[in-house]
Design a protein around this ligand. Structure first.
Ligand code: CA
Length: 223
């Protein structure tokens, strides 16, 4: 498992790198935004751990640049700030999860495992469909009306969960636990933000909407 770590604080970077290497991960470290961006653009990683405040290009910009280039590597954002708005801002830039500093190493490890877990579960040929939307769980591709839809890791996980439970209403808590893990901070509007991303990508250009809000209950995918 190859991890790119972009972190400018030497002590924090060394602590993360050492800990991950002890867990048999290969860690490439970059200490500023430009270097991080160059490495991330030229090489594929299983996870990118990205500090928010960086010299050169900051974490938000770097994340957005990678997503604009259609890089769908899971990104875990590290942030010293803990307000809801900063977290959501980080996620809006395309990060899949965030962790507020200071954190325990075990927490970082749990987040990395959660981000990489879903990739290995599917078997070849496993597809989920609804109407003209098709998800290939093994190749990790999604099409609607035959046209490819590019999703980030968390958007994919969210859509996969909805499709596995199509026609059933899923509560925000259930979605949070399944897609983000049980340590999820329920005071954020993270789920709603991600549902909106999904809608923009799969429903916006189609007259027939698939993702529906059930007021007071949650979300459902149905045709
Ligand atoms: Ca920093």
């Amino acid at each position: 498992m190859n991890i790119l770590l972009v972190e400018d604080e030497p002590k924090v970077a060394a602590f993360i790198k050492k800990g991950l290497e002890e867990q048999q991960y290969n860690v490439t470290a970059a200490y500023d935004g430009h270097t991080g961006q160059n490495i991330a653009s030229g090489q594929d990683f299983d996870v990118i751990i990205l500090d928010l405040m960086l010299p050169g290009i900051n974490g938000l910009e770097l994340c957005k640049t990678l997503r604009d280039k259609k890089k769908d590597t899971p990104i875990l954002m590290l942030t010293a700030m803990s307000t809801v708005n900063d977290k959501v801002r980080g996620l809006e830039s395309g990060a899949d999860d965030y962790l507020t500093k200071p954190f325990h190493f075990e927490e970082l490890l749990a987040r990395i495992k959660a981000l990489t877990r879903r990739k290995s579960r599917a078997v070849p040929g496993q597809t989920l469909t609804i109407d003209d939307l098709e998800m290939d769980c093994y190749k990790r591709t999604v099409t609607r009306g035959g046209k490819e839809v590019i999703l980030t890791v968390k958007e994919f996980a969210l859509l996969e969960l909805l499709l596995q439970n199509k026609n059933s209403v899923l509560s925000r808590t259930h979605i949070a636990e399944e897609v983000w893990g049980i340590n999820f901070d329920r005071n954020t509007n993270l789920i709603d933000v991600y549902i909106n991303y999904l809608r923009t990508k799969i429903d916006k250009d189609h007259p027939k909407k698939l993702v529906h809000t059930v007021i007071g209950m949650g979300y459902v995918i149905k045709d």
